[in-house]
Design a protein around this ligand. Sequence first.
Ligand SMILES: [Zn+2]
Length: 459
Amino acid sequence: MSTQYWCESAWVDGAVASGVLLTCDETGTLTSVETGIASAPTGAEVVPGFTLPGGVNAHSHAFHRILRGRTHGDGGTFWTWREVMYSVAAKLSPANYETVARAVFAEMLAGGYTSVGEFHYVHHTADGTPYGADADSRAHAMERALARAAASAGLRIRLLDTCYLTGGIDTELSAEQARFGDGTIDGYMDRHASLADDFATEFPVGAPGESYVHVGAAIHSIRAVPAANLPRFTELSGPVHVHLSEQPAENEACQSAYGTTPTQVLDRAGVVTTDLSAVHATHLSDEDIASLGQARASIVMCPCTEADLADGIGPARELADAGATIAIGSDQHVVLDALRETQGMEAGERLRTGQRGRFSPAELIASLTEGGAKSLELPVGSLEAGKACDFIALSTDSMRTFGSVGEQIILTATAADVHTTVSGGQVRVRAGVHTELGEISELYAQAFAALGMENAGHA
Ligand SMILES: [Zn+2]
């Protein structure tokens, strides 16, 4: 049994094509992509506007969404923002995190993303005791909650199981960080292997269009994993993500401890490869840019978060020119809007350099789609046979997009223009409402209630 979508226009082979017929099989995998089909065949769903491969959100911390609109009151810094974030992390349990993540993942689908790299480090109970240590809970309960939330929303997830051993270089974890830690690198490696085994049974990997849950690894940062432990990550296959040089303070601490930059510490450990994704990559040296480029590493730019936290923005164009692949992430979800996030990268480049067109519209689309697919090593990112049938469709006649020419719509549309989101060949969101889960604002009402928090300040 196959499903067909006839798209008025779509992004195929790096160009705008009209009359595009997408056919997928019962596993939700594309079996053919035909262009120049004048009208919809009988039984095909008509998709008006402009269809793009589903956006890939290559960097997410789902629970950070809860902070949105609650951290602007008295200015502050990245570090004071982090204190508020820790207060939310302390509230999380497997049950309430599944409720929170379901809402966030539904919003992601509405915002133009069909895949996520969830950089997950809240592994254990509040005092650091692993779930499953007693009869009341199952092992990997937090990871299972995220995977279930993603699968129920229809969002493809690469769960980036994060290693977080120290509170800073040569600094023990603080009390609020206890639930992130695994004690030692062996503790992390053992838990990670056990997680991968469990998930292989519970969420088996099948056809491209039907496998929603995948496991990967992450090094939280050079602050959180000692340099001596980093070579162990070369033992793992698949993607490895790392927060890299997000803050000048991180670079300074690294220089004084190791006498070089975070990128060079990773490079000496052998983990700067094409499987590595460096998130942020804001404060880099020329040598760092060359190392990441030569290795064909991925760079996950999170422009809306960089702007929100006043972090500055990394040299994305220079990294791309050096050979790195650029991907897009929403990180702390100050917005969940694949279009605005992508536009933010080009806006940051223009503000940083005083030049327009640092990334062409086609390159921006590639960053949101193929770049993220490479970073997360998922069979998505383009409309072609063999890939998952994941796409978003934009209105081309809204007040925002009316008059936009071809692919330049990537610079004018917002999440409000995403009228349909499809993953695994099934419509997940239509006109802002999740087809299975309903109104997404209602999911947030459930999420805030589960955390014992209110939608404060608007009474
Ligand atoms: Zn992050």
